[in-house]
Design a protein around this ligand. Structure first.
Ligand SMILES: NC(=O)c1ccc[n+]([C@@H]2O[C@H](COP(=O)([O-])OP(=O)(O)OC[C@H]3O[C@@H](n4cnc5c(N)ncnc54)[C@H](O)[C@@H]3O)[C@@H](O)[C@H]2O)c1
Length: 255
């Protein structure tokens, strides 16, 4: 156990899997008190249990980030349990790939509701508590697809571009009031969110055999490699960073 964010109260959405789970555990390892929130309560509960096994302080709750009242309740719950709010990681997301002229209304609505509105609702709910506490750090999880696109990801890319611009807007509005807001743009990380996209590209095995064609480091990222960067942005070590777009992508956007 370290103390890089000792006693900071953190909320992580999408904490039941992949990058969100790794982030919740990494924050807890460094002294954060973490509310692990996910639409899948059982998986969020498992993340909180895993954080507890390494001596961290974490609890779980269910949230659908596309529901504004549920997001308000999630933030209120964190403040009630832990007394304040210092860090929000807007990580929950969906990726439903498709050929654009065949994409359904439901896919468009769900993608924007979770990936865009979910992050807006999170910021809106968190900011009053951060202002009351003298400041805070918001980390939005976008994607390399907030910077460059890929086949079959037009709607997802649109949503991730919005996350980048949301970040800049929040950063500007609260720069003088102690709230920093930054966005991480991960490359291809080994989690279930990519499986449908991988199928459209010829299967996960094929994607991984040919990964150096688009991700120069030549391998998928691990969720913990994103979590380390979230931790840094959450901590006071990043005190001069706000409005920054941080690719963590094995070189993908360098091409
Ligand atoms: N894995 C990658 O390669 C990659 C790359 C770039 C960006 N990202 C982004 O990272 C974030 C995390 O993705 P991941 O790779 O860990 O995927 P994942 O599928 O492993 O985890 C996503 C989590 O979000 C939860 N979730 C989905 N909809 C939700 C909702 N409405 N409310 C609350 N929780 C919800 C899921 O239950 C799941 O636990 C996403 O925003 C994703 O777009 C991932």
């Amino acid at each position: 156990m370290g103390g890089r964010i000792a006693d900071k109260v953190c909320v992580v959405t999408g904490a039941g899997s992949g990058i969100g789970r790794a982030t919740a555990i990494r924050l807890a390892e460094e002294g954060g008190r973490v509310l692990c929130a996910d639409i899948d309560f059982a998986s969020a509960t498992e993340t909180a249990r895993l954080a507890g096994t390494i001596g961290g302080v974490a609890s779980a709750r269910e949230v659908d980030v596309s529901d504004p009242r549920a997001v308000d309740a999630m933030i209120a719950d964190a403040v009630e349990r832990f007394g304040r709010l210092d860090v929000l990681v807007n990580n929950a997301g969906v990726n439903i790939p498709g050929v654009l002229h065949e994409v359904t209304d439901e896919v468009i609505d769900r993608t924007l509701a979770v990936n865009v509105k979910g992050q807006i609702y999170g910021c809106r709910a968190a900011i009053p508590h951060m202002l009351a506490g003298g400041g805070g750090s918001i980390i939005n999880i976008s994607s390399v697809n907030g910077i460059v696109s890929e086949p079959y990801l037009a709607v997802y890319s649109a949503s991730k571009g919005a996350s980048v611009m949301l970040t800049k807007g929040v950063a500007l509005d609260y720069a003088k009031r102690g709230i920093r807001c930054n966005v991480i743009c991960p490359g291809w990380v080994d989690t279930p969110i990519n499986y449908a996209h991988a199928e459209m590209l010829g299967g996960l095995a094929h994607v991984y055999e040919t990964i150096d064609s688009f991700q120069p480091i030549g391998r998928p990222g691990e969720p913990r490699e994103i979590a380390h960067v979230v931790l840094f942005l959450a901590s006071d070590e990043a005190s001069f960073m706000t409005g920054s777009i941080v690719p963590v992508d094995g070189g993908m956007t360098s091409q």
